[in-house]
Structure formats: structure tokens, C-alpha cells
Ligand binder design. Structure first.
Ligand code: AVJ
Length: 324
């Protein structure tokens, strides 16, 4: 399934098809605590809603991360060095990477990895024309799919993975460590990871960030049911579910749920799934770390934390990790 360059821009396509979407939904909804995988939030409407979340006053992550990047980009570019092959997980609208690419010294290639195929195609086409010297090799995939690094025409000094936005927070602790191990093996010896990590802080900050006044986060959460209805022909009644998000301090994570407002039965694929009033579907976790916790997990995965940048209030961190 490999092709060349950006004419037919998908180098690899591992987008989960309808079958695995259905299978994962059924597995999740048969559990005693019902759950749905958060990676399925990002269909076209979901990606759009997420972009609106990123513009919300309450959702501090994108703004703080961008200001940390702006304040320290010189030092970051120096640590990263010249002639890199840059891989980005969850490239989304490719907005953040432009700033990084603009300051890197002669980057050789860019490999955006995203599950949302349409957006990936469109964004990489634009990026390739804006950066004519850069080889762009999009990969449509889950974060854990393996793929061969593109053979770049110019010599590369180092493979660097960019993982902004605290998306690492969506993984439970053990999968998070496995993901970092996977990243360490992808970037190899002398490789590096530039990663955004949201930090533990006053839970009231999390509460408003995941319960915005305009209800965009609620719409984002509920869109998962609409997507299931559309793509899997279910008959969820999204108006019979309510967005519920809270910080769980014992587990160190924000949890998003969809809570059934009444007793109801949803028929899907020959199966009746019943919901009692007040029962929830757990749709997302966003883990928050302190510096030491993250350092230990990184070490267990084969990374050394070389540098940490933070905002003044120490709400968010951008960290530069190197493989050992
Ligand atoms: C994109 C996974 C980092 O967990 O903060 C935003 C997604 N969910 N509001 C996060 C999200 C609710 C976001 N990440």
C-alpha cells in the first residue's frame, strides 16, 4: 500500500474500517462499566468541534502550549539539530507543526500520522506546497501501528517525534508506557521526542476546561453517539444522554462520560444494550502528570528527560526526551 510523495499522499492506510469500529463499540458497551474509545471522536464534525474547543477561554492547553513554544523555540531548534526527519502523532490540522518547521534547521522530511483521513490528505497537500523542500509522507493510522520510515532523498541526522497537546493523556498508564516504548523504537538511537504534557493542578481548572459554558465539549462528547448512529446504523437518542466530566484525583485524570437520563434500550447489530437511568458510558480519560511521575514513566520506556519548559503558573509542560 505504499506510494511515493504527495501525488497520492497516503503512504500507508491503517484507518480502522467499519468492522473494527463496530467490534470495538460492541466490546465497550458489553462491559459492566460501559465505555467507548476516545479515538473515535474525530470524524469530520468531531475534528471541527475539537478545533472549537481549542479556541475556548476555559480550555487553556493550546494557548499555554503555544506560548511555551514561542518563548523557547530557539533552544528547542538547537537541541533538535539540523536535517531531521520529523514525525507527528495526531497531526490534526497541522497547525502547530508549522511553527516548529519554520524554526528547525533544514528539516528533511515530515511524517504526519493521523486517524482522520480526509483532514490528513487536505492538510498535507497544503503543507507540501508551502514547504517545497520538505518531503511530506502522510500515514493514516492508529498511533500504535508500525510502519517503515520513508526513505528520504537527503541524509537525515536524527528522527524526532513531535507529540503536542497532551494527547499522551488519553492513554491509561500501561498503554502510555507502551506507546512511549513504541516511539523510542520508531526514533531509534539518538532519537528524540518533543512532547506536551499537562500537569496536575487545582481541579477547578480542569473542571471548567472540560465543562465549558458554551457546551462545545458536551457537543464533542455527544457527537460520538451521532457518529455511531451514522456509521453503524444504531439508534442512539443523543438527547437522552448528558455530558458529564470531572477530575478524579485518586487516578490523576479527567474522565468524560455520557450519562443516560432514563432507562432505555439501544438496539445494535442484533443486540439489545440496556441503560439504566444514571448509568454512564465512559468516553475519555485525560491523565495529568507531575514532573516526577512523567520522568519515571519516560525512563521505564527508555527515554531520558533532557529539558522541561513550563509556563509561569506551571500548568503545562513541553518536554524534550532523548533515547538512551
Ligand atoms: C486532544 C486528548 C488532549 O484530553 O484534553 C478536549 C481532548 N477532550 N476536551 C484532552 C479533549 C475534551 C484533549 N486531547
Amino acid at each position: 500500500m505504499q506510494d511515493e510523495g504527495v501525488g497520492r499522499p497516503i503512504s500507508y492506510d491503517f484507518k480502522p474500517g467499519r468492522e473494527s469500529f463496530l467490534a470495538e463499540v460492541l466490546i465497550g458497551l458489553r462491559k459492566p462499566q460501559k465505555e467507548l474509545p476516545s479515538k473515535y471522536f474525530y470524524d469530520e464534525r468531531g475534528s471541527h468541534l475539537f478545533e472549537r474547543i481549542c479556541e475556548l477561554e476555559e480550555y487553556y492547553i493550546p494557548r499555554i502550549e503555544a506560548s511555551i513554544m514561542q518563548d523557547h523555540i530557539k533552544e528547542m531548534a538547537e537541541l533538535i539539530g539540523p536535517q531531521v526527519l520529523l514525525i507527528e502523532y495526531g497531526s490534526g490540522n497541522c497547525e502547530k507543526v508549522r511553527f516548529l518547521l519554520d524554526h528547525l534547521h533544514n528539516p528533511v522530511a515530515y511524517v504526519p500520522i493521523d486517524i482522520s483521513r480526509q483532514q490528513l490528505l487536505q492538510m498535507t497537500r497544503e503543507l507540501a506546497s508551502e514547504y517545497p523542500k520538505l518531503e511530506v509522507h502522510p500515514v493514516c493510522a492508529d498511533y500504535l501501528s508500525s510502519f517503515d520510515l520513508p526513505a528520504s532523498k537527503r541524509r537525515t541526522e536524527r528522527v524526532v517525534v513531535y507529540f503536542p497537546g497532551s494527547t499522551i493523556g488519553n492513554f491509561d498508564p500501561i498503554p502510555a508506557k507502551h506507546f512511549l516504548e513504541h516511539v523510542a523504537s520508531v526514533c531509534g538511537m539518538a532519537g528524540a521526542l518533543l512532547i506536551g504534557v499537562d500537569l496536575k493542578k487545582n481541579p477547578a481548572v480542569f473542571h471548567s476546561a472540560y465543562n465549558d459554558k458554551e457546551g462545545i465539549t458536551a457537543a464533542f462528547n455527544l457527537n460520538l453517539l451521532q457518529r455511531i448512529n451514522q456509521e453503524l446504523d444504531y439508534d442512539f437518542q443523543p438527547e437522552w444522554f448528558q455530558h458529564y466530566a470531572f477530575y478524579n484525583p485518586w487516578e490523576g485524570r479527567v474522565e468524560m462520560h455520557l450519562v443516560s437520563q432514563r432507562d432505555q434500550v439501544v438496539y445494535l447489530n442484533g443486540e439489545n444494550i440496556s441503560f439504566a437511568r444514571g448509568e454512564s458510558i465512559w468516553t475519555e480519560s485525560s491523565y495529568k502528570y507531575n514532573l516526577d511521575e512523567f520522568k519515571q514513566m519516560a525512563a521505564a520506556a527508555g527515554f531520558k528527560v533532557e529539558r522541561v519548559w513550563m509556563d509561569e503558573r506551571q500548568w503545562f509542560s513541553v518536554q524534550y526526551l532523548v533515547t538512551r
